[in-house]
Design a protein around this ligand. Sequence first.
Ligand code: FAD
Length: 286
Amino acid sequence: MKISEIYKNNKRSLSFEIFPPKKDTELASIDETLKVLCELNPDFISVTFGAGGSANSNRTIEIAKNIKHNYGIEPVVHLTSLHYDKSEIDEFATAMKEAGIENILALRGDRSPNAPEKDVFPHASDLIEYLKSKYDFCVLGACYPECHPESSDRVNDLKGLKTKVDSGAEVLVSQLFFENRIFYDFRERCRIAGIDVPVIPGIMPVINANQIKRMISLCNASFPERFCRIIRRYENNSEALFDAGMTYALTQIIDLIADGIQGIHLYTMNNPKVAKRICDGIRNIV
Ligand code: FAD
């Protein structure tokens, strides 16, 4: 099923994001996580794609295939463009078609000094245009409520996003954020710019202190004072931080649902307890 169909019936989606195990770890190590996540019956599970053209990339398709054929849940395969040429993208697309995959989250990917760029698809919109011209996938794109770190300003960021949608992105999934007001303002700017596809907020429950340090270095997200207070108080108490992080994320999610949001995309960090706790917390929230 194509993911874009979900929103045509005004249904709210719930989706999870996972990443493949590292290449020196058995692929089967993710099976238990998949089992629990699929039992929660999300509308789709997206599987990330190794940054910089890593050798881990084929695992993405293997896992997506497993999700679709063994658990009956719709997968979305992430695919990055910066380090590939057309024939390599065709290889991935063909493997996906053969695996019965219908949905791709098309990304540019992050720059890395160790991975040479091919300059064939310099932006995600170039990859999206190519995929839409040649294949029949439903294509999703990424968006950044607090601006992509390489964008000079919000206007230019939004122009890039509009090009992405005009190139064929049918659904946008957002970078994580910790303040809903930031997302609501972003969504309003999207509408003003004529971006009228579903914009799905990405939520990452913070459950350990290392994860926070990684997030600060990787993304542009700002941290509200009430969030920082929780981290300062509980960063050395893992159980308390887990509880506090989950409650913070649930409060964000319930506010988004009350606002009438079209979906929730949960960065699960391959931790089934995270997904289970969120699902328990919103079971009766309509
Ligand atoms: P783009 O849309 O190309 O944007 C990159 C920059 O170029 C932005 O500053 C943008 O404003 C500008 N821009 C965009 N289009 C144009 C245009 N046509 N003309 C001029 N400027 C333009 N990375 C991975 O390696 N693997 C993953 O699996 C992965 N999954 C992700 C999932 C989500 C939901 C998100 C939000 C990010 C994910 N990333 C992943 C990270 C992503 O690859 C990086 O954030 C990357 O730096 C940008 O990717 P993009 O697709 O948003 O790029």
